[in-house]
Design a protein around this ligand. Structure first.
Ligand code: ADP
Ligand code: MG
Length: 946
């Protein structure tokens, strides 16, 4: 009460905001006679003149009044529409980066031309965002006449354009397009391999039409680009798995025998050395051997003695003698799993030599020294040797990981298998850690062991929420008929103020109070009755439903009653626009879901004013008041006659689920008869309360999505920035050298512990690690080694690696090699980022499933997400270097073919809104073993089909 009195005295906040804008409108109006006096050419000449002024340092605010006056005059001449004063106010609000609430039919399309023109003068592009392709095209054509009159260029971004067309559209002064296309282009640009194929400029200024629809309704689901999951080395795991199983069987049988022998010896000889040696064998062959662990539990002293014996044999270098009886050796605390010669023979039959990783250096030297070979032949042989080497070491790696999976990792202890996925169990807390994956192929090995595949057929390649996409614009503005109810959310999430515009003509629509029936059936009967009445009078009716289902139900009822009508369901925008544009014609009945035909102007037909204008019937209240207002707002535009009424039933979801006790008790008190509606203020209040509750709940969901996406957003920014840098054309060589240095230090750190004397360093491990990283045999003999520090070791590795690297660069030619570096870094970044996205998805899902007591899941997500991200960064370095040292010759066409194949498998989605393109396969399916269609001469599975 007091509030409304005060409002009358001082004016509401909104009034005050509007009052601030009014003087500017007067300025614009005052300039009108002046611009009217200009010839067409003089008017057009204003555009370059404004640009000149801006170059001289004038601000947009300073030239706003004259620029708006020019646009208005140009509109009169080009479109025969003169911007109303309220449209000028709206235009100023949009220029100021606010949300202008302007009712349906107030002419938002035209209002937006004012700030679009003004801001385009700055030369960085303006985006006008619409909800569908039809509106984007319509508005470009419609308003394009005006822009072009003033010498500006206009472009449209819709579905199905190629990069070239998109670039043109984005380089226009003003670009109309849909939110989905803008968002997908952003994501796609950040998956590109050359800067020339990027299409967008830096996001500058966007005006979002139907802003509530885009920034609120659609913001509940992110944009996702997905592609098929790639299993690069799956085949190798599959190939090696049965062999490792066989290995395990043989080893188990053998260990059982010697364990029994050891027991016998223990009984006969007491605690003799011979028995102990046998037990050590069991331990080295299977550290988790149940019988052994049992025995140790009974005789704890054994543990110490075994350790001592192992230490002794190790210093005497006698361990190999123990090991050679085994098929494979596992050192749990060093995380080592190694095949012995016996194991190799078991796995590979007689052809062990074929599989032993040969000493590459020796081979290469042999090739080099062979005088019978020409240079080209030498080169070919060298490559062959290297390729063989690569494959053999990859196979070894996979085998080792499989051995670990079979010997050291137990189901329901270190991991569980849940819904077809291997889920890690935290060893300290015993909690499941969905989403986390062991690295370096171990997780794949465990998956192979359990016979599970990564569940997703499709995986996310790139994703962004609308919130985070639109927040990238330097300036953001919006317009809609219904923003006020969501003002708090706009402020909080987007920092956008809502300002409500007065209507051009006074609004005279009559909004009748809701009527409520007991059952849905009664409700729909009543709706049909009312439509019959209207039909008789010739008054047009627009009936809103909340789903396609309900539309169809009503439609069949109307058909039975022999009432002609149209049904729309927001699928065919263009056709529906034509139908809905007719909805105000005499006697027409149009049924439509909420979204259908949005953005289309409904003009009243001949004689309709006399029968009361367009009547809106709502058949259910939506969860959000805003959507109800949207429906109502379709009548009574520009001072038209019109009316609206909502029909509800106690069976409606909103009342059933959210109405609560209160609603039922009100009903009971008021008493309800079959077929008798009630309309009561108390009920409207209760419904509004229910709606507020749902609105708040939905806001919470959107906020949460955003909070989670914010974690991703920071990571995305880092990765995209790095990617852009890689694409910028600067040489990556310094970065790569840095990565190499870090890797050398990392390796030295792992194998040459400062606190351990050099003679105890794991030289074999070191050599292997250097080999895996740089494809390089480290030539340091034991003696040199003993004098080394870890740091000096890192330097030595780096020097040798650099030498190889420089040779490689010479082989390729420096220029071409720069390109190779770029490609490799981009591919590695993309691959690991993609994997990371998948892992983050899992993490997010998984976190909901973990019981966290007092911990906030978001905090956990942030922390673990950060760890995973840092891991990924490390792995990017590791893998990029690894690839670079293995790369042979990459032909550009091969790359292009690969990229093309990848593109064709990609699909785009945003929630369930039907944007999702089916996975397309343009070419015929190629057999895995057939020659690759790219012409490389390799098998498809080894080339583009990888
Ligand atoms: P909104 O998007 O606000 O619902 P539209 O931009 O679709 O409204 O415009 C509604 C109708 O009003 C259109 O047919 C348009 O031609 C008309 N209109 C808008 N502004 C003016 C104006 N200043 N003078 C005359 N007609 C106008
Ligand atoms: Mg519109």
């Amino acid at each position: 009460m007091i509030g409304s009195v005060l409002k009358k005295v001082f004016g509401s906040k909104n009034e005050r905001e509007l009052n601030k804008l009014r003087p500017i409108v007067e300025q614009i109006n005052a300039l009108e006679p002046q611009v009217q006096a200009l010839s067409d050419d003089q008017l057009k000449a204003k555009t370059p003149a404004f640009r000149e002024q801006i170059d001289q340092g004038a601000t947009l605010d300073e030239i706003l009044p004259e620029a708006f006056a020019v646009v208005r005059e140009a509109s009169v001449r080009a479109l025969s529409m003169r911007h109303f004063d309220v449209q000028l106010i709206g235009g100023i609000a949009l220029h100021q980066g606010k949300i202008a609430e302007m009712k349906t039919g107030e002419g938002k399309t035209l209002a937006a031309t004012l700030p679009a023109y003004l801001n385009a003068l700055a030369g960085h592009g303006v985006h006008v965002v619409t909800v569908n392709d039809y509106l984007a095209t319509r508005d470009t054509e419609w308003m394009g006449v005006l822009y072009r009159f003033l010498g500006l260029t206009v472009g449209t971004i819709v579905h199905g354009l190629d990069d070239r067309q998109r670039q043109d559209a984005y380089h226009a002064d003003i670009t109309y397009g849909t939110n989905n296309e803008f968002g997908f282009d952003y994501l796609r640009d950040n998956m590109k391999f050359s800067p020339e194929s990027m299409v967008q400029r830096e996001p500058h200024y966007a005006i979002v039409d139907e802003v509530d629809s885009i920034l609120i309704d659609e913001a509940r689901t992110p944009l996702i680009i997905s592609g098929p999951v790639e299993h690069s080395s799956d085949e190798l795991y599959e190939e090696m798995r049965p062999k490792v199983i066989k290995l395990r069987q043989h080893q188990d049988r053998f260990l059982r025998e010697i364990f029994d022998e050891a027991l016998e010896k223990l009984e006969r000889e007491g605690d003799g050395e011979a028995a102990l040696e046998l037990l050590l064998k069991v331990q080295r062959g299977d550290p988790k051997n149940a019988s052994l662990l049992d025995l140790i539990a009974k005789q704890p002293a054994l543990k110490k003695r075994l350790e001592r014996l192992e230490g002794q044999l190790s210093t005497q270098k006698l361990l190999p003698q123990i090991d050679q009886a085994l098929f494979c050796v596992i050192e749990e605390n060093h995380n080592i799993a190694e095949l012995t010669e016996k194991g190799l023979r078991l796995i590979y039959g007689g052809h062990v030599d074929d599989y032993i990783v040969p000493d590459l250096d020796e081979e290469l030297e042999k090739i080099e020294a062979d005088d019978r070979l020409t240079t080209t032949e030498k080169r070919a042989q060298r490559q062959k040797a290297e390729a063989f080497h690569r494959e053999a070491s990859e196979r070894f790696h996979v085998t080792r990981q499989l051995i670990k999976a079979y010997w050291l990792f137990n189901k329901d202890v270190q991991y569980v298998v849940k819904d077809g996925q291997v889920v890690i169990v935290d060893e300290f807390t015993g909690r499941m850690m969905p989403g986390r994956r062991w690295s370096d192929g171990l997780h794949q090995a465990v998956e192979a062991k359990e016979g599970v595949k990564v569940a997703e057929e499709n995986q996310t390649l790139a994703t962004v929420t609308f919130q985070n996409y639109f927040r990238m614009y330097e300036k953001l503005a919006g317009m809609t008929g219904t923003a006020d109810t969501e003002a708090a959310e706009f402020k909080k999430i987007y920092d956008l103020d809502v300002i409500v515009m007065p209507t051009n003509e006074p609004m005279i629509r009559v909004d009748y109070p809701d009527v409520i029936y007991k059952t849905e059936a009664e409700k729909f009967r009543a709706v049909v009755e009312e439509i019959k009445e209207l039909h008789k009078k010739g008054q047009p009716a627009l009936v809103g439903t909340i789903s396609v289902d309900k539309s169809e139900k009503l439609s069949s009822m109307l058909s039975k009653a022999k009432i002609k009508h149209e049904v729309l369901n927001a699928k065919h925008h263009e056709r529906e626009a034509e139908i809905v544009a007719q909805a105000g014609q005499r006697g027409l009945v149009t049924i439509s879901t909420n979204m259908a035909g949005r953005g289309t102007d409904i003009v009243l037909g001949e004689g309709v004013k006399e029968v009361g204008g367009l009547h809106i019937i709502g058949t259910e209240r939506h969860e959000s008041r805003r959507v109800d207002n949207q429906l109502r707002g379709r009548a009574g535009r520009q001072g038209d006659e019109g009316s609206s009424r909502f029909y509800l039933s106690l069976e409606d979801d909103l009342l059933r689920i959210f109405g609560g006790e209160r609603m039922s008790s009100i009903m009971e008190r008021l008493g309800m008869e079959e077929g008798e509606p009630i309309a009561h203020g108390m009920i409207s209040k209760a419904i509004e309360n229910a709606q507020r509750k749902v609105e708040a709940h939905n806001f919470e969901i959107r906020k949460q999505l955003l909070e989670y996406d914010d974690v991703m957003n920071k990571q995305r920014e880092v990765i995209y920035k790095q990617r852009r840098e890689a694409l910028s054309g600067e040489s990556l060589r310094p970065t790569i050298e840095e990565m190499m240095q870090e890797r050398c230090q990392g390796i030295a750190h792992t194998f040459a512990d400062e606190n351990v004397p050099p003679e105890e360093w794991d030289v074999k491990g070191l050599r292997d690690a250097v080999y895996r990283q740089f494809l390089l045999r480290l030539r340091i003999d034991r003696n040199t080694m003993d004098e080394l520090t870890g740091e000096r070791l890192a330097e030595l590795i780096f020097e040798s690696a650099m030498k190889v690297y420089e040779e490689k660069e010479m082989d390729f030619g420096a220029d071409q090699f720069r390109g190779v570096e770029r490609m490799v870094v981009l591919q590695v970044v993309d691959n690991l980022w993609k994997e990371h996205l998948l892992a983050m998805d899992h993490l997010k899902e998984g976190i909901g499933l973990r019981g966290y007591g007092q911990q906030n899941p978001l905090v956990v997500y942030k922390r673990e997400g950060f760890d995973m991200f840092m891991d990924m960064i490390e792995r990017i370095k590791e893998e990029a270097i690894r690839f670079l040292f293995r790369i042979q010759v990459v032909r550009p066409e091969e790359m292009a073919a690969k990229e093309k194949a990848r593109q064709e498998k990609i699909s785009y989605s945003h929630g369930g809104d039907g944007v999702k393109a089916p996975v397309r396969r343009k070419e015929k399916k190629v057999g895995r073993n057939a020659p690759c269609p790219c012409g490389s001469g390799k098998k498809y599975k080894k080339c583009c089909g990888k």
